[in-house]
Unconditional design. Structure first.
Lengths: 564, 353
């Protein structure tokens, strides 16, 4: 089913590849009460897959209860109004059923569990249809540093259990495995990915936050970090290129120490660089081609850093333009647009926050009003001397009950709004960071090329001068000849380096381009989802609230007729 | 710039212009002359200068004053009051004169002044004689009623406070929806085509809903919060009547004591055949004819009737207020649902394109 309808299903706001149905069974095991994140994802996924089932235009469209129904909820009714099928579209004409039915996909909160880490609300589905990579982070445990430190016992850290479920062939026969990792390992993973995948929009990793871990309650901090880690890893798994990377695979699968080269801190890198510097200055500094693939900034080569810095200054202030510049007009336009987009997402995110707060306040005050009336009702009933007091108390109770119900509905609505609106916008703000670093990969690669080019040209002019000088003096000076040979050797190596640098630059450019394309497409889908989710929610809850009050209107109708 | 109102009088229509202080005059006079009757409450003076002239405040006040006059006019005893007739018919200059006569201590007639003096005197003598507590009724039913009134005020005040906050919340939600709509429109501007249009539609709907919320906030204020406030004021007016009753009761007790003293005196004089007997007899007769007892009994009777009427009236008033409240909320919720629902076909169109 999915093959032929892949396109339409993907564009479907809540579509999910059917393989996710399999996860339902497995997730349901944990669904009841225990793991908060899983139970929520169960709800969400069960809803999503129910939807994908019901979307088949030929199948009866009305109610689709998944075979594995969520133990935390009564069977979800799905009545998603979008196919041209006349039956489903009746939900437009029939508001009450809408209110009843529509909630299932968005109703993951009614079981009262407040999920700290909802799954991505984004519509990412991998292009190859049947592959999945599901990651869960759980079970934080405090462990001791085994290596000897000066102060014994001072180095304790937390490890997290990272369980993966996948059918991607690269992971081997194993479809279900887990490892323990500490946060430092995550930093390593993130750095290695940044090196290997320059130009890609790599999701940013959670912050190190050295200070916060002292300030906050240990428990709270660990939980927040666990949630952040899970989000991060899931985002990595959703990226079509990175999910296949060796770095990620090794991180997820290989037990024991993480077999990725650890990131050294900035200080020791600088020290190493400083140690190399004298040697570089004495002899001709040669930039090995393979080094060119990484930016100068994060590396150990201080001399190269200086050269590139000089080049960038020359670019900005020098009279002559470097021979290779960012010419891709399309890119520059896109960059502008991305920048604008980022600003607007920011703005929208802020307003979404204040909208959420206003809804929250409304719900709270409505609830307080209801409670005040309930107290009044009780009071009147207790002190009733006349019958009219009892009647009034009854009326009041009706209003109070309605107000309390409405209050609860507002709060539920709000939780959903946060999920749809805020979470999506926040995801994209995070994505903007990834975009920025991908763009800066590009500009630093360009800088490397420019630097090498100008170095090459200055080397070449030196060689020319040397040749010209030696040709004038008959009987070549031995040292001069040697110098010329050395120079030419340097030129050759630098040529190689330049070629590698240019290739790298082009590669990054291509990565940028394909990522931008992916971003555009996914953003369209994600934003559309966001809007739909938001709107459907608002409609549904507004209908419910209207029903609550309509009843009171009916009950009190007598007063208005009497007095007119 | 004065706050004015234009009441009409039954029969030949007459329109007069009245200030807020005219209403205060009417209320005070009715209160003085109709002890025991719950005088309809007036809206408060506004302490904040700036607020006094806002359109909303003036409308709230106008509504309350309108209700005030109509209540008096429909009360079978109060409607016969001469003061009411004056209020409704007199020229503005007349009102001004009447108003200025009533200010401060000059409001009281000489006999009232005497009474005040006596009250003070008795309080002092009580204190001197060690009778700290003023004399109070001990009727258990009345006690219950007093307790009810005092408690009721507390509960109502709390409900009214939340109602007022709810109005504010409506306004805040309206404002944030409007801001949200603008931000969403901007976001849509940088997207293209269908998605961009969807965003801008969303923004437009948000702004429409924002306006609806502001409107509903106003309705809520006038048709729900104000009636609740009116209820609170009515209870406070009852408390004033309760105070009057307490005064009347005390005077009645004093009168009884005075009479007893005079009777003793008279008997004494009669015994010794004093020529002061005639004088004393006269005094005794005077004391007997004093109104204090009658006044008190009238108040008691009136209060009972009024309580019944009050409860009935309030059930009706609140019934209407609840109805309007629920109607407004339902109207708002339906409006919200309709507005958002109208977006859905467009959103659907986006995803299929």
């Amino acid at each position: 089913m999915m093959g032929s309808h892949n396109h339409s299903v993907e564009d479907h706001p809540l579509s999910a590849p059917p393989h996710q149905m399999e996860n339902l069974l497995l997730h349901d095991d944990h669904g009841v009460g225990g793991d908060e994140t899983k139970s929520f994802s169960t709800n969400y996924r069960s809803a999503m897959s129910t939807l994908s089932e019901s979307h088949h235009p030929l199948s009866p469209p009305i109610v689709a209860a998944p075979a594995e129904s969520d133990p935390l909820r009564s069977p979800p009714h799905l009545h998603f109004p979008d196919s041209p099928n006349p039956n489903t579209s009746s939900s437009y004409i029939d508001p009450p059923s809408y209110a009843e039915a529509v909630f299932a996909p968005y109703d993951g909160e009614t079981n009262g569990v407040d999920p700290p880490s909802p799954p991505l609300s984004l519509s990412r589905s991998p292009s190859s249809s049947a592959e999945y990579l599901n990651i869960t982070v759980s079970n934080p445990v405090k462990e001791q540093e085994t290596s000897n430190s000066i102060v014994p016992g001072s180095n304790s850290y937390v490890t997290y259990l990272i369980t993966t479920r996948t059918n991607i062939p690269e992971f081997g026969a194993n479809s279900d495995f887990g490892v323990r990792r500490r946060f430092r390992d995550v930093v390593t993973l993130s750095d290695r990915l940044a090196e290997a995948y320059r130009g890609f929009f790599i999701p940013p990793r959670p912050d190190k936050s050295v200070v916060e871990s002292q300030v906050m309650q240990k428990q709270e901090f660990v939980e927040q970090r666990r949630v952040a880690l899970e989000k991060y890893l899931r985002r990595l798994a959703a990226h079509p290129v990175i999910r296949k990377s060796d770095e990620l695979r090794v991180f997820l699968q290989v037990e024991g120490r993480l077999p990725l080269p650890a990131t050294t801190d900035v200080a020791s890198r600088v020290l190493d660089g400083a140690a190399k510097l004298p040697r570089q200055l004495m002899g001709e500094s040669v930039l090995a081609p393979h080094e060119v693939v990484q930016p100068a900034r994060g590396g150990r080569d201080l001399l190269r850093l200086f050269k590139e810095l000089r080049q960038s200054v020359a670019n900005d202030w020098g009279g002559s333009r470097p021979s290779v510049v960012e010419e891709d007009k399309e890119f520059l336009e896109k960059k502008e647009r991305i920048h604008e987009l980022e600003q607007q997402i920011n703005g929208a995110s802020q307003q979404a926050e204040s909208l959420v707060k206003a809804q929250q306040d409304m719900g709270e005050t409505m609830g307080e009003l209801g409670l005040a009336f309930i107290k009044l009702t009780k009071f009147e009933n207790e002190e009733a001397v006349s019958n009219t007091q009892r009647i009034r108390a009854a009326d009041m109770k009706g209003v109070a009950t309605a107000a309390v119900k409405a209050s609860r509905l507002f709060r539920e609505l709000n939780a959903q709004t946060v999920k749809h609106l805020q979470d999506t916008l926040h995801e994209y703000l995070g994505l903007m960071l990834a975009v920025h670093s991908a763009f800066s990969d590009r500009s630093s690669a360009l800088l490397t090329v420019q630097t090498l080019l100008s170095e090459l040209s200055s080397l070449q002019s030196r060689a020319e001068k040397l040749e010209a000088a030696s040709s004038k003096i008959f009987g070549a000076d031995k040292t001069r000849v040697r110098k010329l040979e050395e120079l030419q050797e340097t030129i050759r190596v630098t040529e190689d380096a330049k070629n590698v640098a240019i290739r790298e630059y082009e590669r990054i450019k291509e990565n940028n381009r394909s990522e931008l394309e992916r971003l555009d497409k996914e953003r369209q889908a994600d934003f559309l989802n966001m809007l739909k989710g938001f709107v459907v929610n608002q409609v549904g809850y507004a209908e419910k609230i209207a029903n609550v009050w309509t009843k009171v209107v009916e009950d009190t109708r007598g007063y208005v007729d009497e007095s007119t | 710039i004065w706050q004015t109102n234009f009441p009409e009088y039954q029969g030949p229509e007459k329109i007069v212009i009245r200030r807020y202080s005219d209403f205060v005059w009417l209320r005070d006079r009715l209160f003085e002359k109709n002890k025991g009757i719950f005088i309809p409450p007036l809206p408060e003076k506004s302490a904040v200068e700036k607020f006094r002239f806002s359109a909303e405040f003036i409308e709230m006040r106008r509504q309350a004053l309108d209700i005030f006059v109509n209540r008096i006019a429909s009360h079978h005893e109060l409607q016969q009051s001469e003061d009411l007739r004056l209020f409704l018919q007199a020229e503005e200059e007349t009102m001004e004169r009447l108003r200025s006569h009533e200010t401060g201590i000059f409001k009281k007639k000489p006999s009232d002044l005497m009474q005040i003096f006596k009250d003070v005197q008795s309080k002092v003598s009580d204190a001197v004689l060690g009778k700290e507590k003023p004399v109070e009724e001990t009727d258990p039913e009345y006690e219950k009623m007093k307790h009810y009134i005092f408690e009721l005020e507390n509960h109502l005040a709390e409900a009214q406070k939340h109602a007022y906050r709810l109005v504010k919340r409506h306004r805040e939600l309206g404002q944030s929806l409007s801001d949200f709509g603008k931000a969403v429109k901007l976001l849509g501007a940088s997207e293209g085509d269908a998605l961009g249009k969807a965003f801008s539609e969303l923004g437009i709907k948000s702004e429409i809903l924002s306006a609806k919320l502001q409107k509903e906030a106003h309705q809520l204020l006038m048709n729900f919060e104000e009636p609740l406030k009116d209820y609170v004021r009515a209870v406070q007016s009852i408390k004033a009547t309760i105070a009057e009753r307490a005064n009347a009761f005390r005077r009645q007790c004093e009168l009884a004591e005075t009479m007893k003293l005079k009777e003793i005196n008279l008997d004494k004089l009669m015994l010794i055949r004093s020529d002061k007997v005639a004088e004393a007899e006269q005094e005794y007769k005077e004391a007997k004819s004093e109104q204090a007892t009658k006044t008190f009994e009238t108040i008691v009777k009136l209060m009972n009737e009024e309580m019944g009427r009050f409860q009935e009236q309030k059930t009706l008033d609140m019934g209407i207020a609840f109805h309007e409240f629920a109607k407004g909320q339902a109207r708002l919720a339906n409006g919200i649902a309709d507005a958002w629902r109208s977006l859905l076909p467009k959103l659907e169109a986006c995803s299929s394109s």
